[in-house]
Design a protein around this ligand. Structure first.
Ligand code: M6R
Length: 640
């Protein structure tokens, strides 16, 4: 508790790192780090000050940040010298419908919320105002009840259930004393425990103020003004020039200048970065949904990811992956779909590299007793690189002195920055909440790892390696063909109104079933379960009745006969069976078939997942679901 308070309550990893070198205190920090460290990065925030009307700018930015949550949205702007607040429950579109987009205001802030404190309604929506301070917030103030009680005694009143309104009141109290928001933010950082990124308007003041602790924030420079935002996508429609903020930095944006102060209130200069990626990701490019667009990008994503690490020679793989040879065991840790790629990775690495692989869900791993040692490599898989549980698992391994490697999409994300080794997938921005192209790119990385270690272990000989090089080169075309070769709509039409859908497979096909099932349920809201085909008869088969859809995956020749027997078992009980396979069956034990081209087992899962992604997409579409933003979800899950 002493350590926790001494460091301002914000026990970020930088603090852990800084003090970890000081011998005695080391153990104390190690013990508290797993329990107290929290990152709450959900919600998106934006501020704009400039020569253009601010509301369209704020809304554009919020739309780009909607992946961080969409329970409610709000803006505040200065009109005729007064702060006006508009907020609305639900997606940004709801807010937009109530706004005058042409309002004569040039300074404003905005927020899109993923509810943590209090239900998703208009009262709890941001911005929150208390006294002279209007504020949007991303994070969680852990000691807000304590602060609230204290402020109540001083006469402050609260209308919402949020911790954010308490922060507004606290800053109002400090500001009424200091008449200086920079100083007030500095003082608030000593009182607040938890995480925050604040963007603030003050009555009677034509500036925007911002500060952060453990929640991300950038400052961006446009031709017509300045921005603060949670993340780069928010500002890409306006500018590609931005600066990263550190914990406790305080920003003051005026019409003609940016001032940034560090934790000791020294004015500092920041390096200007230029985002060089493509902005195409922010648009649907003619597709009806981002998910469909991203599925269609997978041939390119595969090519970009593979070509980055592999030029057809073992030397190129050696350059990126030689350190892997130092480990005798691998723990793969991740959440959701990233966990599912880990399950595929386990089969590939164990088969080809002869290394035991343990795959665990990060939210369990971070709290369990781990039997890792210096010979273990902990591999964290994460598209966003910000998933709270995966990040916590990484930090746990690091504190215990275990080597870590991250497979990440978002460059510079927390997991990428903190892991000992990083392998970036080259998926580009993924906007749809349901991951597709990042999942496929993660599979591509696991295939390369298996190829490299398999070759080094002599499980893959020169001939097989050369054949595989050809297959890697041909795969983008096959991916495209599989996407276009669409007979999935007719199958979707037969199952879209069912109450539950089963996916079964054995071995690596079971690993794919897990992902296929998650994809289906998260976007179509149909209950779906993935089962090892041989396990069904131990209980679950009692759920099979006439017309229950069972999607059976079989690409592994060595397990085929067994899987077919299991298919016959469900068929005998009336199931409607879709057989997903790379063989031409000799008999008809299924109702519908999806055939995938037969390729090397190291790559087969990459092709097999595509029809399953498209099937989920079409089922969700038949049900009229909000495919890119399924209910209750957010793209980056940065809460525990
Ligand atoms: O950003 P991450 O890869 O760490 O995210 C992990 C999961 O939250 C994510 O894969 C989630 O399961 C997706 N919505 C699945 O489509």
């Amino acid at each position: 508790d002493v350590v926790y308070r001494k460091f301002g309550g914000c026990n970020t990893v930088s603090i852990i790192d800084r003090y970890i070198t000081k011998s005695k205190i080391n153990i104390v920090i190690k013990n508290i780090s797993h329990t107290l460290r929290k990152d709450f990065f959900m919600c998106g925030i934006i501020g704009y000050i400039g020569t253009k009307k601010c509301v369209p700018k704020l809304i554009g930015a919020l739309e780009a940040l909607e992946y961080r949550g969409y329970d409610s949205a709000g803006v505040a702007y200065i009109k005729n010298g007064n702060v006006e607040i508009k907020k609305e429950k639900g997606k940004i579109k709801n807010l937009k419908d109530t706004l005058d987009m042409d309002v004569d205001a040039y300074i404003g802030i905005g927020h899109t919320r993923w509810a943590t404190h209090g239900e998703a309604n208009n009262i709890n929506a941001h911005p929150h105002k208390n006294g002279k301070v209007t504020l949007v917030h991303n994070g969680i103030i852990e000691n807000y009840i304590e602060i609230k009680e204290d402020l109540k005694k001083k006469g402050y009143k609260f209308t919402s259930e949020t911790d954010t309104e308490v922060a507004a009141a606290l800053l109002d109290e400090l500001y009424s004393k200091n008449s200086d928001m920079v100083k007030s933010l500095h003082e608030a950082s000593k009182i607040i425990r938890g995480s925050y990124a604040f963007v603030i308007l003050v009555d009677g003041d034509d500036n925007i103020y911002a500060s952060r602790c453990a929640s991300p924030m950038i400052v961006a420079i446009g031709n017509d003004g300045y921005y603060v935002a949670s993340d780069v996508p928010a500002i890409l429609a306006y500018t590609n020039k931005y600066m990263l903020l550190n914990d406790y930095d305080i920003v003051k944006l005026s019409k003609d200048k940016i001032e940034i102060y560090d934790k000791d209130l020294n004015e500092i200069e920041k390096e200007i970065k230029f985002f060089e990626g493509s902005m195409d990701a922010a648009t649907k490019g003619g597709f009806e949904h981002f998910m469909l667009k991203e599925i269609n990008e997978q041939d390119k994503v595969f090519k970009d990811t593979v070509n980055y690490y592999f030029d057809g020679t073992i030397k190129s793989l050696e350059k990126s992956f030689s350190y892997l040879k130092n480990f005798k065991k691998i723990d793969i840790v991740a959440c959701g779909s990233a966990y599912h790629t880990g399950v595929v990775g386990k089969y590939l690495i164990e088969n080809y590299a002869n290394i035991p692989v343990n795959v665990e869900v990060a939210s369990e791993y971070r709290y369990k007793k781990c039997f890792y040692d210096k010979d273990t490599l902990v591999v964290l898989v994460s598209q966003s690189g910000e998933t709270a549980d995966t990040l916590a698992a990484l930090r746990k391994a690091k504190v215990d002195g275990i080597t870590t490697m991250a497979i990440v999409n978002v460059v510079g994300s927390s997991i990428a920055r903190e892991a000992d080794y990083v392998t970036y997938i080259k998926a580009g921005f993924e906007i749809a909440v349901a991951t597709t192209k990042a999942y496929l790119a993660q599979l591509a990385i696991f295939s390369l790892i298996a190829l490299y270690l398999g070759y080094e272990n002599k499980n893959i000989n020169e001939n097989e390696f050369n054949e595989l090089v050809k297959e890697y080169n041909n795969l983008p075309a096959l991916i495209k063909e599989t996407i276009n070769n669409d007979n999935y709509s007719t199958i979707a039409d037969k199952i879209y109104d069912k109450k539950q859908i089963f996916f079964i497979g054995r071995g690596i096909d079971y690993a794919l079933s897990l992902e296929a099932s998650l994809k289906l349920k998260e976007i179509s809201y149909i209950n779906s379960v993935a089962y090892q085909a041989g396990e069904l008869k131990h209980g679950t088969i009692s759920l099979i009745e006439k017309d229950t859809p069972v999607i059976a995956i079989s690409t592994d020749d060595s397990l085929r006969e067994k899987t077919i027997s299991n298919i016959k078992e469900v068929k005998a009980r009336g199931a409607y069976v879709v057989y997903v396979t790379n063989e031409t069956p000799q008999e008809k034990f299924y109702d519908d078939i999806i055939t995938i081209k037969k390729i090397h087992p190291i790559l087969e899962s990459i092709l097999t997942i595509i029809p399953l992604q498209l099937l989920s997409y079409k089922v969700a579409k038949d049900n009229g679901c909000d495919i890119d933003k399924p209910r209750n979800l957010a793209k980056s899950v940065t809460v525990e």
